[in-house]
Design a protein around this ligand. Structure first.
Ligand SMILES: Cc1cc2nc3c(=O)[nH]c(=O)nc-3n(C[C@H](O)[C@H](O)[C@H](O)COP(=O)(O)O)c2cc1C
Length: 312
């Protein structure tokens, strides 16, 4: 596991909220304000640090932390983010911090939020001066955009995956294919414009595709609008040393082409006479796999990361 630490400083809660979103999406991680930093946290692998921008600088506590902890931080993979009113200022401040560190992988600049009636007298005064300098009216602002923080967190998650101790590609592909062949039941998640559906279904895996024969149902209300799907196939949970499950991201297509349809019917051990004799239409969905995320305790036992990611 890539041990991930999210450290933040926040005066009025905006950077706290951003750090919360990032930590939730990045998966296994710990999140602390700088004031709760302790020596034991130095053995984390990936450090995400976030600060608001006040008067053209990062928060003094973050500044002091970076100065005092520079030595061990230099050996770590790092991502930096800030919340602020001026994106260009935020970026130039983060770039300065980046220059003082060795291995910064990503920078994130997010819109900030302030309510004037929550400010201390000093902050009210300083903010009014800052806003008039920027030619902005002396009023609260809300530039906070969850979407852009979510996108950034997803990018960090991909970066984190790239740091895993990876199984050789051919070995991973074989493990994925074996798992898919050894199982026959999945949960297919479909969604479109506010509608979501998780459907347990029998499937077969054949030559890089997953096929599902189905009598129809609500999943098509989504698939007709969006072919984006996610699938989960997994073993029952017993204990943390025996985790085994796959999440798939891909596109689901309704197969209209008869040659492909017939081929799958044959693989399923059925014939077309039987299919035609049924009192219902049997539809065929083909899932084109884009990405497989495989959690398997056996990988860890072999000296690799428990989580492996395979792009198809
Ligand atoms: C006194 C004061 C000074 C500020 N100075 C800047 C600044 O120089 N540049 C900027 O982009 N935003 C500035 N801001 C906006 C804050 O960075 C923004 O509201 C931030 O999201 C607050 O984060 P927090 O709620 O986590 O403390 C300032 C806000 C205050 C109250």
């Amino acid at each position: 596991m890539i041990k991930t630490l999210v450290l933040y400083e926040s005066k009025y809660g905006t950077t706290w909220e951003a750090s919360n979103i990032i930590s939730l999406i990045m998966g296994p991680s710990r999140r602390y304000p700088i004031s709760q930093f302790s020596d034991s946290l130095r053995d984390f692998d990936f450090i995400v640090m976030g600060s608001p921008i006040y008067n053209g600088k990062i928060h003094p506590k973050m500044e002091a932390f970076l100065r005092n902890e520079q030595e061990w931080l230099s050996g770590k993979k790092i991502a930096l983010f800030c919340t602020c009113f001026s994106g260009s200022k935020g970026l130039s401040v983060l770039r300065e911090v980046e220059d003082s560190l060795d291995d910064v992988l990503e920078l994130g600049v997010f819109g900030g939020r302030l309510e004037m009636d929550r400010l201390t007298d000093d902050d009210y005064q300083a903010l009014t001066e800052y806003l008039s300098k920027e030619g902005l009216p002396p009023q609260g602002m809300d530039l906070f955009n969850r979407e852009e923080i979510v996108d950034w967190a997803l990018r960090l998650k991909d970066i984190k995956d790239s740091l895993l101790d990876r199984l050789p590609l051919s070995q991973l592909r074989e493990a994925v294919e074996n798992f898919l062949k050894e199982h026959n039941t999945c949960t297919l998640a479909t969604g479109s414009s506010g509608r979501i559906r998780a459907t347990p279904l029998e499937y077969i895996y054949n030559q890089g595709h997953i096929y599902i024969l189905t009598e129809g149902g609500e999943k098509f209300a989504n698939l007709l609008f969006s072919s984006k799907i996610s699938m989960a196939i997994y073993e029952d949970y017993t204990d943390r040393d025996s985790l085994c499950g796959i999440q798939i991201t891909g596109q689901a297509n309704i197969v209209e082409e008869m040659a492909e349809y017939r081929r799958v019917i044959k693989i399923k051990g059925m014939d077309m006479h039987f299919v035609k004799s049924l009192p219902l239409d049997l539809h065929l969905i083909r899932v084109d796999i884009e990405k497989v995320e495989f959690l398997n305790s056996d990988f860890k036992k072999q000296g690799y990361s428990i989580r492996q990611v395979l792009e198809f």
